[in-house]
Ligand binder design. Sequence first.
Ligand code: NDP
Length: 453
Amino acid sequence: MTSYDYDLFVIGAGSGGVRAARTAAATGAKVAVAEDRYLGGTCVNVGCVPKKLYSYAAHFHEAFEDSAGFGWSLSEPPRFDWATLRDNKIEEIKRLNGIYGRLLDGAGVDLINGRAKVVDAHAVEVNGKRLTAEKILVAVGGWPWVPEFEGNELTVNSNQVFDLDAFPQRFLVLGGGYIAVEFASILNGLGADTHLVYRGPLFLRGFDEEVRNFTRDEMAKKGVNLHFEVNIEKIRQVETGLEVTLTDGKTLEVDAVLAATGRRPHLEGLGLEALGVETLDSGALKVNERFETSVPSILALGDVIGGAELTPVALAEAMQLVAHHYGDEAPKPMEYENIATAVFCHPNIGTVGLSEEEARERYSSVRIYSADFRPMKHTLSGSDERCLMKLVVDDASDRVVGVHMVGEEAGEIVQGLAIAVKAGLTKADFDATVGIHPTAAEEFVTMRSVTRH
Ligand code: NDP
């Protein structure tokens, strides 16, 4: 029998890689993880965690303004200090990196600091050393991608934007996805004069149309300058900043440009091409339901296999993978339907299930319940922020197939409702649920009139 150095060699200590390593090790497998950057991957270091911290920081801006109507006054106008936020964030991430290291250590996983290269179906090379493994897991995630245009080297990407030396008083973000709308909201909230430039007619392609329209209006009310159906033609460094020329001929001068134009699998230098590991058209690794690539001893999960690039998805895939390869019986295939998600633009979006447009395509008849209202808090705050809540119901079965919200803490609220959607509950079940008063969320169980069929 062949003996290997390891049962499982994981490349990449992000959310998915660490979860797979720890869970496999808990079954008795001998596991190593190689990581050349930071423990915790994109989510912990340059994604979800620092983004949420910055989003909290940005919300204070409104909180200070809102407080006046509740009787508060500030003796001096509030001031924001970028260096304090950035450096406190750096300390918190260091703490989390330490936790990840200890988790791996505690699980008995060998952590190797270096970028591993796959050299054959059962061997990797890292720091000049060849190590063998029965199975190799590629969990290297994605990397920001920037389109070609003159001066694109003057942009920053979403890995870099968290640690800018100076706060950009004038900020432009290119793109219309999660990162673009989140960073436009964050920088706007922190006080920058903010522009968002998106090539299509409306950002957040793929989300519910009503949610997209509502979010556009709310972000515009908060002062984000939205430029749709236009792209960046070139960027030039000028004495006072960056001069951005748009494809409609307009120019804007800003201090920083964030290119939030998507992320690509981070496969360079991994050696997978030479082994003939198949990829999809998007460049993501092609896997079967056991997360095996076309070379069966090489496994992959998370952002590197495409699909929903979300930490909880990578974590769920890791659990599935371990159940398949180290468990007693094969689990049911991973379900990718009804994955709830939040976009931390301001106000937040929370969503699970089908958009109205998708539901209309899938079902012969749907009922839409939609409410757009001024939250109670803003009756005194004076803010003109509104909240949108929406249920999409399949008429024939009465099942709620989509829940959407734009408003404060939308992610927190929709997470609970995602269980109801996942469980296939009906509108009648929602109606039979007694609300919690006074909350915004009670609207989800009190919407009785159909807005449209
Ligand atoms: P997205 O894929 O969400 O968005 C990319 C945006 O860039 C789209 O609007 C796209 O336009 C645009 N774009 C693509 N190519 C070009 C081009 N050549 N010129 C101009 N615009 C272009 O990627 P993000 O970078 O925003 O985020 C990456 C992933 O990270 C997300 O998909 C998400 O899964 C994850 N993420 C999740 C978060 C969360 O859970 N809250 C937060 C942040 C990220 P078009 O729509 O027209 O194709």
